[in-house]
Design a protein around this ligand. Structure first.
Ligand code: NAD
Ligand code: DAU
Length: 356
């Protein structure tokens, strides 16, 4: 019989975290879920509001750098499982202001690890405890056109302050397993898309700008490649790794789905033309605007997902055309979700970035 868990989920009000909280609660409604989230610009309390009346759900506003708060939560809620999503996650923001990336992604992960280690040791190192760290394919750097996809043994070569801070946090997690035997797991995933993604990332930004009749900024020549995975497939993979993997393991997760940025933007424009009766600018492709490239822009990411397939039989279930259409429809039917996010601070960031 499955052992129930008491989870602390950091960053559960963000994009992937909120999808994961819903996924886990659907699958294991009797498990306790405590979400710890600082509600930065990327965290949205509304993402989990539907769970507020559930007896097995609690939301705690707070920062992963607050050691006292975390220690107290681990003890009072008798947490046995930490799933760590909280991070500064946007590459462009890390170029404009790297400091908070080091603070949250490196210092915050360290603070969480250290509190979890003390809690685990105080309980005489229970075998069932787990610390799952959610990371990214960007730690591996950039691929040339004919290079093989990243595997779990590819050397780290991060190129942005964001990916360097995530690489630093991965190394700390690895060190806590090797040094203290802390039962950790790391997942490195490719680009996610789907509901609840903040409209600064490629797909939701293009949806929102098309609806507003604003330019669609494509960086450089638009030929950069990402490996896109639907967020629900990512959440399913994390849940499987958490339940089944041995401590100390790392798993690559990806969509086996390499697409050029310009192809995504064009597909998205065509979907918008079909789904929306009257757009401010039609055809939407007329909004595509090539802009100055992102500094240090990684050319290509691709994930080799053989290990997770072989160990657990996990594979992506969404095909990209279906997932993209579902995502566009979600942004069309959830305008009250994204409109309040376009705050004056958002406009300032957007102007600093694109000058548009
Ligand atoms: P997001 O930016 O949408 O959400 C981050 C969440 O963390 C927000 O709710 C925010 O309020 C919270 N947070 C930020 N700083 C915090 C702090 N100091 N203390 C507590 N909470 C804090 O991010 P996302 O896209 O959902 O990514 C989640 C995780 O998955 C990140 O660790 C990211 O590196 C990783 N990841 C993301 C992708 C992707 O495509 N989005 C792919 C692979 C891995
Ligand atoms: O690969 C996983 C990573 O994917 C995660 O670790 C990050 O948290 C997540 O933000 C994402 O990083 P990217 O930089 O790949 O995602 P983004 O959506 O910002 O950009 C995707 C591609 O589209 C990238 O090549 C840059 C390009 N782009 C992006 C934006 C926002 C544009 O051309 N125009 C844009 O306006």
């Amino acid at each position: 019989m499955r052992r129930s868990r008491r989870l602390l989920i950091t960053g559960g009000s963000g994009f992937i975290g909120a999808n994961f909280v819903h996924h886990w609660h659907r699958q294991y409604p009797d498990d306790l879920i405590v979400v710890l989230d600082a509600l930065t610009y990327a965290g949205n309390r509304a993402n989990l509001a539907d769970l507020d009346t559930e007896p097995t759900f609690r939301f705690v506003p707070g920062n992963i750098c607050d050691a006292d708060l975390i220690t107290q939560l681990f003890e009072t809620e008798q947490i046995d499982t930490a799933v760590h999503f909280a991070a500064e996650s946007h590459v462009d923001r890390s170029i404009l202001g790297p400091s908070v990336f080091v603070q949250t992604n490196v210092v915050g992960t360290f603070t969480l690890l250290e509190a979890f280690r003390q809690h685990w040791e105080n309980q005489d190192k229970p075998e069932a405890f787990r610390f799952l760290h959610v990371s990214t394919d960007e730690v591996f750097g950039s691929l040339r056109p004919n290079q093989p996809a990243f595997s779990e043994t590819t050397p780290y070569a991060p190129n942005s302050p964001y990916s360097a801070s995530k690489a630093g946090s991965d190394h700390l997690v690895r060190a806590y397993f090797h040094t203290y035997g802390l039962p950790t797991l790391i997942t490195n995933c490719s680009n996610n898309y789907g509901p609840y993604q903040f409209p600064e990332k490629l797909i939701p930004l293009m949806c929102v700008n098309t609806l507003l009749g604003k330019p669609l900024p494509v960086y450089g020549d638009g030929q950069n490649i990402r490996d896109w995975l639907h967020v629900e497939d990512h959440c399913r993979a994390i849940a499987i790794v958490l339940e089944q993997a041995s401590p100390g393991e790392t798993y690559n997760i990806g969509g086996d789905n390499q697409v050029k940025n310009i192809d995504i933007v064009e597909q998205l424009c065509d979907l918008m033309d079909t789904l929306v009766e009257q757009l401010p600018v039609q055809p939407a492709r007329n909004l595509i605007t090539f802009v100055t490239d992102r500094p240090g822009h990684d050319r290509r990411y691709a994930m080799n997902i053989e290990k997770i397939q072989r160990h657990f039989g996990w594979s992506p279930q969404y095909d990209f055309a279906t997932g993209l259409k579902q995502t566009v429809e979600w942004y069309l039917s959830h305008q009250t979700w994204w409109q309040p996010l376009l705050s004056p601070q958002y406009q300032t960031f957007y102007k600093a970035l694109y000058g548009l």
